[in-house]
Design a protein around this ligand. Structure first.
Ligand SMILES: Cc1ncc(COP(=O)(O)O)c(C=O)c1O
Length: 391
């Protein structure tokens, strides 16, 4: 029977694209011999002691709902962790909300703050969900392009130029998915001063902050005048290899957390209790396993970036995250053509840079969250393919 149900779909939902990443991941998953540098997910299994905490909680019969904001014990651990790592303190009782991944918190933050038509600035290329999430919250997304020559760091000047009346929110993500870009402290201070001058709110997605290889990660929330206007988002998916647990959190002034909590309460109720128990264990005892994984990513990054450069695909050094973002324009193909041909002909899956916004044109994202051996084999396959096909 013909499916005519499309006519029932709301216009603002029909208007947003599907994630380009998932499409490539699905192709790679169907090809048995393909090496996937496609999906942004750790190749490590969650450390055993964290899994054990979830198993133990289940054994003890912890199968209930929790407080809407999350277990108080978890919020206390988050408060300690955030204070130590980001040098900004939040009350576990009123200023922290635990949700289903950073994903849910992005949605909650935007829905809690945006009135229809409010504008949101974000740097691009960026995580695929930002612009659609703004549209779903009836806001207007305004991209600030970033460039390889600046290591894909947003410059204060570009931000100032992009600003227009009605801009209420600035979304930041350092280190950045898909480029690994970060901004240095001086530039971040200028950005913070501009945000204060224009009375904007920052949604700061710091999900890759532990995976910073060069220099120290600085949170904009810790800068003068910023705590009162920042929603700091963080989670467990990347650094603790806990994507399937679906736990993330928001730290912000009480009135903002209260607004986000109301939406969360009605649409999600609470994050799963077993995952919250596992998250407590990750924060209490997970640091050494996390540092070991970071060491592996660091080693892989150095290898894969050097190989891309040797292959004539110029690649800046990502200062954090587990993504390399090489320039493939020398192949004479668009990002989409390049990624499509390479997956079919060389059996290496990478995501076209344009999946992360128009300013990703001419690049592909290669996730090095796969084994060192896979990276050797993937870059060898790519080298052979380039030798045959470069125009
Ligand atoms: C920048 C960024 N933010 C948020 C997320 C979503 O994370 P979570 O698994 O916590 O929902 C991702 C996942 O790839 C990401 O790259």
């Amino acid at each position: 029977m013909k499916d005519n149900s499309q006519r029932f779909v709301a216009q603002h939902v029909a208007g947003i694209p599907r994630s380009g990443i998932r499409d490539f991941f699905s192709i790679a998953a169907e090809m048995k011999d393909a090496i996937s540098l496609g999906i942004g997910e750790p190749d490590f299994v969650t450390p055993w002691h964290i899994r054990e905490a979830a198993i133990y909680a289940l054994e003890k019969g912890k199968t209930s709902y929790t407080d809407n904001r999350g277990l108080l014990a978890l919020r206390r651990e988050i408060s300690k962790y955030v204070e130590k790592r980001f040098e900004v303190s939040y009350s576990p009782e009123t200023e922290i909300l635990v949700g289903v991944g950073v994903s849910e918190n992005i949605d909650l933050a935007l829905r809690a703050l945006l009135n229809p038509g409010d504008k949101v600035l974000y740097h691009e290329p960026c995580y695929v969900s930002y612009s659609p999430s703004v549209a779903l919250a009836f806001g207007e997304a305004i991209a600030v392009p970033t460039f390889a020559k600046d290591n894909f760091a947003i410059t204060p000047e570009a931000l100032i130029n992009a600003w227009q009346p009605g801009c209420k929110i600035l979304m930041l993500n350092f280190p950045t998915n898909p480029t690994g870009g970060t901004v240095d402290k001086k530039a971040l201070e200028k950005i913070a001063a501009f945000v204060v001058e224009k009375d904007m709110v920052v949604i700061s997605d710091e999900i890759y902050s532990e995976l910073t290889f060069e220099g120290e990660h600085t949170s904009i929330a810790s800068m003068p005048g910023m705590r009162e206007r920042t929603i700091l988002l963080h989670g467990f998916s990347k650094a603790f290899a806990m994507t399937g647990f679906r736990i993330g959190y928001a730290c912000a002034p009480a009135a903002i957390i209260e607004a986000m909590m109301k939406i969360h309460q009605y649409c999600m109720m609470c994050a799963p209790i077993l995952s919250q128990e596992a998250a407590i264990e990750a924060l209490r005892n997970g640091e050494s396993a996390m540092l070991e994984m970071r060491e592996q990513y660091h080693r892989r990054r150095d290898y894969v970036v050097a190989r891309f450069n040797e292959l004539g695909l110029p690649c800046h050094l990502p200062r954090g995250s587990f993504y390399a973002f090489p320039d493939i324009s020398s192949a004479g193909l668009s990002s989409m053509e390049f990624a499509t041909r390479v997956i079919h002909e060389a059996k290496v899956a990478m995501v076209p840079g344009t999946a992360f916004g128009p300013s990703g044109a001419g690049f592909v994202r290669a996730a090095f969250s796969t084994s060192y051996e896979n990276l050797i084999e993937a870059t060898e396959r790519l080298g052979r393919w380039l030798d045959k096909n470069r125009k």
